[in-house]
Design a protein around this ligand. Structure first.
Ligand SMILES: [Zn+2]
Ligand SMILES: [Zn+2]
Length: 292
């Protein structure tokens, strides 16, 4: 059955399209406050002040702002200096490292790494990341630069005693191997965890934190829920990776830290845990992982 066309159907469609892009309504506040362990405020529509206010209103009282290149890492450090509830992570993203290296060779990559090193020494910068490997977006020609950059970030996190935030997309085996070869920092976080249950057990053995994002709520994410079920509550974090990965039922609309309760609730359901109990674990784990 199809709706007959009316003179104002174009206007109706435009209104529908706007509604689809409008920010989702705020969820019920959490029973216990937690942190958004990984967000990109610099890529979101609202101001930092509005994003933090909306987040705090639902019990998301801390956010880790993650920089993906030198300039945005500098912005992350500045934002963390300006706001009490914001901490920063700085790095060259696994897709940024090969881009730099393709443009300016090893020299350009080293120069940017030196800039990251300066920022990583700041007190409000608690982590080096997001770094790691992304074999989904970077082709074989970029892998050498990506791995070199990953190893440099691992070394930096250890030397400065910062947490390491890992982006691992379709590169599980190599990420785990390189961590073993280099020796993982004491506090290592897999952001937007995407491995299976077997890998979750392996990460648990190593004491790696696993941070779950809104994709845990997606219908087709049963393997991810199986991994979450296998992960110990003592190593779980929650994140938005906003503006990406908006949790159900708001897929396709913009994500932001105030939507964390939707993901945490889905995690609690998967774990068969009371929301407040899981939130207490997550709050303590995030503080332990990042050292605040
Ligand atoms: Zn990432
Ligand atoms: Zn990210």
């Amino acid at each position: 059955m199809s709706t007959p066309a009316t003179p104002n159907s174009a206007a109706t469609n435009a209104a529908k399209a706007r509604a689809a892009q409008a920010p989702p309504p705020p969820p019920e506040p959490l029973a216990f406050p937690v942190a958004d362990s990984h967000t990109h405020l610099d890529m979101q529509e609202s101001s930092v002040a509005d994003a933090l206010t909306a987040a705090a209103a639902v019990g998301v009282t801390t956010v880790i702002q993650v920089g993906c290149d030198l300039e945005r890492s500098r912005w992350a450090a500045e934002t963390a200096a300006a706001w009490k509830s914001v901490w920063a992570a700085v790095a060259l993203h696994p897709n940024e490292a090969p881009r730099l290296s393709a443009e300016g060779g090893q020299e350009a990559l080293d120069e940017a790494l030196a800039g990251i090193e300066k920022l990583a020494g700041l007190g409000q910068v608690l982590a080096v990341g997001e770094t790691g490997l992304d074999y989904f977006r970077t082709g074989p020609e970029g892998i050498a630069a990506q791995q070199r950059s990953f190893r440099a970030h691992i070394e930096l996190a250890k030397r400065l005693d910062k947490a390491l935030v890992i982006h691992d997309r379709e590169a599980h085996a190599d990420v785990l191997r390189i961590l073993d070869e280099e020796g993982a920092p004491e506090r290592t976080v897999f952001h937007c965890y995407s491995g299976d249950a077997e890998m979750a057990r392996l990460c648990a053995d190593k004491g790696y934190f696993m941070s779950f994002a809104g994709n845990i709520t997606f219908k087709n994410a049963q393997p991810l829920r199986d991994a979450l079920a296998a992960a110990p509550p003592e190593l779980l974090l929650v994140e938005t990776d906003a503006p990406f990965l908006t949790p159900a039922p708001h897929r396709g609309r913009p994500n932001a830290p105030y939507l964390i309760p939707l993901t945490l609730r889905a995690m609690a359901a998967t774990k068969g845990m009371d929301e407040e109990r899981l939130a207490r674990h997550v709050a303590a784990n995030t503080a332990r992982a990042f050292g605040y």
